[in-house]
Write a protein that binds this ligand. Structure first.
Ligand SMILES: O=C(O)CCC(=O)C(=O)O
Ligand SMILES: [Fe+2]
Length: 330
């Protein structure tokens, strides 16, 4: 957004004028990354600007077909329609299980959703843990997972280039990194229940989350905003947001995005969040290149394992895992 419009926006927030509608979220045409170098440079700039100023953006022209996206949503929907008994084969209190189904609020952040969570990269290591019902689950979710992993690589290369670290920074570690897929199933909101929160505010572990939603319900709040912005469900688009480890890697230049899900008044809703980070034991540190006298190291290093250790005891203490990593913690 141009500076003038930005300051008008801010002014209207402070003079008791009725609040402006939420600013539209940036939409990035990912096809520009593979065009000529001038188009790529502009796309890289737009992506990093969106990460910095909004913590998120929508991507179109990402190369994942509509049938692949719809196939994943259908597979998820068919899984959630299975009998409770069937789904509970995957139920576990142990957050280290390679696959986990739950309906309760035991993880501290879910209110009325049910979810299935599993790993996906490299696919051959994980697909054997996935459901065999519905019969197309592995094929459809597998295809979608491989495609989102590809898009995550493209996005990370662009972000790392835009941060001045170069497009091949951490490349091998990212290729072999964790891809954690969370399928969320929310009921339609009921007029009887006052609470329409499906998933309480939190940020995601990892560098990036790529999210596909069957209908609107995701809401985001950038650290400079004071209200929630609903994320539209643009047909064919995917939503991307910054995770805690990108905040660490960028030494605070990018901030992880707080988001939540509200129940949709018109229909039940499915979302598929694909979270991308380094492998389980690989620690993420602030990039040395982004540390200097004016920008001292802001966070201590941590791995996905550390996040799993942190989760059970601290879920309600910090909205964002990254706050627990700050060196200058208040
Ligand atoms: O359902 C949504 O839109 C949000 C899901 C989410 O934030 C998550 O799975 O971490
Ligand atoms: Fe999330």
């Amino acid at each position: 957004m141009p500076a003038v419009a930005g300051s008008l926006y801010m002014a209207s927030q402070h003079k008791g004028v009725p609040p402006l509608p939420p600013r539209p979220l940036p939409v990035i045409n990912l096809g520009r990354l593979t065009m000529d170098s001038a188009s790529r440079a502009l796309a890289v700039r737009d992506i990093v600007l969106a990460c910095r100023e909004r913590g998120c953006f929508e991507v179109v022209n990402h190369g994942i077909s509509r049938s692949c996206m719809n196939g994943a949503l259908e597979a998820a929907s068919e899984f959630f329609q299975l009998s409770t008994e069937r789904k509970e084969e995957f139920a576990s209190d142990d957050i280290r299980q390679p696959i986990r189904y739950d309906t309760s609020s035991r993880d501290g952040i879910s209110m009325s959703r049910s979810f299935l969570k599993h790993y996906a990269n490299p696919l051959d290591d994980w697909i054997k843990f996935w459901p065999t019902q519905p019969p197309t689950y592995r094929e459809k979710m597998g295809e979608y997972a491989v495609e989102t992993q590809r898009v995550s690589m493209q996005l990370m290369e662009a972000i790392l280039q835009g941060l001045g670290l170069g497009p091949s920074y951490l490349q091998e570690k990212l290729e072999g990194g964790v891809q954690f897929v969370a399928l969320n199933n929310y009921p339609q909101s009921s007029a009887k229940k006052a609470d329409n929160i499906g998933l309480a505010p939190h940020s995601d572990y990892g560098f990036l989350t790529i999210l596909l939603q069957s209908s609107p319900g995701l809401e985001v709040m950038h650290h400079e905003d004071d209200d929630w912005t609903p994320v539209p469900a643009i047909p064919g688009a995917l939503h991307v947001h910054v995770g805690d480890h990108l905040e660490v890697l960028s030494n605070g230049r990018l901030k992880s995005l707080v988001h939540r899900a509200v129940l949709n008044p018109n229909e039940s809703r499915i979302s598929i969040a694909s979270i991308h980070g380094l492998s389980m034991d690989e620690e993420v540190h602030c990039a040395e290149e982004l540390i200097d006298e004016d920008h001292p190291r802001m966070y201590r290093g941590s791995s996905f394992q550390d996040f799993l250790d942190f989760l059970p005891a601290n879920m309600n203490k910090y909205k964002r895992f990254v706050e627990s990593l700050r060196i200058d913690k208040p």
